[in-house]
Design a protein around this ligand. Structure first.
Ligand code: SAH
Length: 263
């Protein structure tokens, strides 16, 4: 059970690379960068388990059972997932089915889009001057609706920084809930789509303008939405942009210390 990271093949772990070279069968999900598969053992059978051409994705149960069947036939099976398999990736469910079937497995974590993807946009998920906690949440549940189990009041009041996966579809409702619960309309928000890939896009906005800006910019899934003042750090830390000659906008975007101070 392997995490392939958010896209950039260089973000694979050495364990993941070894697994790609050794696997007999590789079953990969949507959002796995195909370039990663170039490292597979040339004799490996490679199968796609996500949505394709508008057709519905195979049922979760069917994928899990297929992994069991292949493993029982003596194959070394690599289940490749985007990001980290245990972060909104159903890796826990699939791994559980394997263990229940008596199959030995190995878990290889990956870099999750909500951390590594934001880093590529120059956004640290924590910064001492902003937050001592982060909330990761999913913008929709297994039915596609907004997750009813999320206590938006509590998130709004208690989460210094909120990192949202799968949130684009329900952004209007999510913004409304956060604002109704008292979150500052001017709070900075960043939307990072196709993070770490060559077509990565970053939108900088605020809680009250996010909806309109997302619509106007046409930025779409897959995207991470980050709510919180850490997103301001991009004004200083947009390292990818800086490589392309984009000037640093602010050396101290949080206005907390003189630039020469290091403590
Ligand atoms: N296991 C994955 C998350 C799977 S859920 C992980 O740890 O990253 C799918 C959601 O992840 C997408 O809807 C999007 O919100 C986010 N995501 C995955 N890859 C992404 C990428 N390259 N850029 C932006 N968001 C991404």
């Amino acid at each position: 059970m392997v995490g392939g990271g958010p896209g950039d093949p260089g973000l694979l772990t050495l364990h993941a690379l070894n697994a790609l070279r050794q696997a007999d069968v590789i079953i990969y999900d949507a959002l796995v960068n195909q370039a990663i598969l170039d490292w597979a053992n040339p004799a490996a059978i490679i199968e796609y388990a996500g949505k394709r051409g508008g057709k519905p994705s195979p049922h979760q149960r069917d994928i899990s059972l297929k992994l069991v069947e292949l493993a029982r036939n003596g194959k070394r099976v690599l289940r490749l997932k985007g990001g980290d398999p245990f972060v909104f990736g159903r890796g826990g469910e699939e791994a559980q089915t394997l263990v229940q079937a008596g199959i030995k497995l190995r878990i290889i974590p990956g870099i999750s889009a909500g951390i590594g993807g934001l880093a590529y946009a120059g956004i640290p998920v924590t910064h001492r001057d902003v937050n001592q906690s982060v909330t990761f949440l999913s913008g929709h549940d297994r039915t596609g609706a907004m997750p009813s189990a999320i206590n938006w009041q509590a998130v709004s009041r208690g989460s210094q920084v909120i990192v949202m996966y799968m949130a684009i579809k329900h952004m209007p409702d999510i913004c409304r809930k956060l604002l109704d619960a008292g979150r500052d309309p001017n709070e900075p928000v960043a939307v990072v789509s196709n993070a770490t890939n060559p077509d990565m896009k970053v939108l900088e906005t605020t809680l009250s303008t996010a909806m309109q800006d997302i619509q106007d910019s046409g930025i779409g899934a897959p995207a991470i939405v980050c709510v919180g003042r850490v997103t301001l750090m991009r004004q200083c830390l947009d390292w990818l942009g800086q490589m392309d000659g984009v000037p640093v906008r602010d050396l101290d975007p949080l206005n907390v210390r003189s630039v020469s101070e290091t403590g």
